[in-house]
Design a protein around this ligand. Structure first.
Ligand code: CP
Length: 308
């Protein structure tokens, strides 16, 4: 069975194929009838053990556009509260003839564990602080759409690198696809192993990071994952590391601003930047549907031989 557990396991050709397939699906999504019959024989469960707005709706929409049957499962309101294990929960759902599992979980490695123990295809929709592969794919798709290619482009990933599965998946993907990558933010939020492990630039000065990059991918401060006091206040974080219009106005070029959402407005990103024409945040969300259609379509084995 094929899975999408992380970008780490992919080779550049896999990433290229997913992005090219997503381009075709984006064209489908511009048509008056946005639905194709590709997965009408496939049943998919969206298994969310952790909250989500974009990823969950995006997967469900992608599945519906591909004509798959979908089931939505939230841990809250389920028998997980009575102590049922992850494996028991999934095996019970699979006994009702489900083919694919899209899973978000707060534990890093949860989808890898499932992939070892169950026969269905697993798609990682975000596992703890490990990976969020479809977010990195939609980010790459959005950059490629704007700049034509990833190769040689300068991408700065800014903010809470330490707790971010989006940062890790982006790092794997961007390096594999030949982009130049910088991680920027406060030293307390950038793991020291990162520079050597990923061969990336590290920058603690936000203005210098913005001067260097073509694209700034600004990350949310993950308040739910902080286990130490990093700043005396979020206001202090905003003063030192918040991306503001006044900083962008000082540059001699117009950079692209991205954010995976949800935004802490006025903390890592000010509203006058988030809502400006430099921001492609809502285009990222739009592209997520086409990218997830591509992932599900390819994992189901509906490759080039079959028409949409
Ligand atoms: N970008 C992202 O994963 O958002 P959600 O947590 O709302 O799915």
């Amino acid at each position: 069975t094929k899975h999408l557990l992380g970008i780490r396991e992919l080779v550049p050709r896999d990433i290229q194929l997913i992005l090219d397939t997503a381009t075709q699906f984006k064209e489908v999504l511009q048509r008056p009838i946005k639905k194709v019959p590709s997965l009408r024989d496939v049943t998919i469960v969206n298994l969310f053990y952790e909250n989500s707005t974009r990823t969950r709706i995006s997967f469900e929409l992608a599945e519906k556009r591909l004509s798959a049957d979908t089931i939505n499962f939230s841990a809250s309101g389920s028998s997980v509260s009575k102590g049922e294990t992850l494996l028991d929960t999934v095996n019970n759902i699979l006994s009702m003839k489900v083919d694919m599992v899209v899973m978000r979980h707060s534990a890093s490695g949860a989808p890898h564990f499932l992939a070892k123990h169950i026969p269905a295809a697993i798609v990682n929709a975000g596992d703890g602080i490990n990976e969020h592969p479809t977010q990195a794919l939609l980010d790459a798709f959005s950059i490629r759409e704007k700049l034509g290619t990833l190769e040689g482009k300068k991408i700065a990933i800014i903010g809470d690198i330490m707790h971010s599965r989006v940062a890790l998946s982006n790092l794997y993907l961007l390096k594999k696809m030949g982009a130049e990558v910088m991680v920027a933010g406060p030293p307390t939020l950038i793991p020291t192993y990162m520079k050597e492990a990923f061969d990336v630039r590290v920058e603690y000065n936000l203005q210098k990071a913005l001067e260097w990059c073509d694209v700034a991918n600004v990350l949310r401060i993950q308040l739910e994952r902080q286990n130490q006091v990093l700043f005396s206040s979020l206001r202090e974080y905003n003063l030192a590391y918040g991306v503001k219009k006044s900083l962008l106005d000082r540059l001699d070029k117009e950079i692209i601003v991205m954010h995976p959402g949800p935004i802490n407005r006025g903390v890592e990103l000010d509203s006058d930047v988030a809502d400006s024409k430099q921001s492609i945040i809502l285009q990222q969300v739009e592209n997520g549907v086409a990218v997830r259609m591509a992932v599900l379509y390819l994992l189901a084995g509906r490759g080039e031989s079959q028409n949409n």
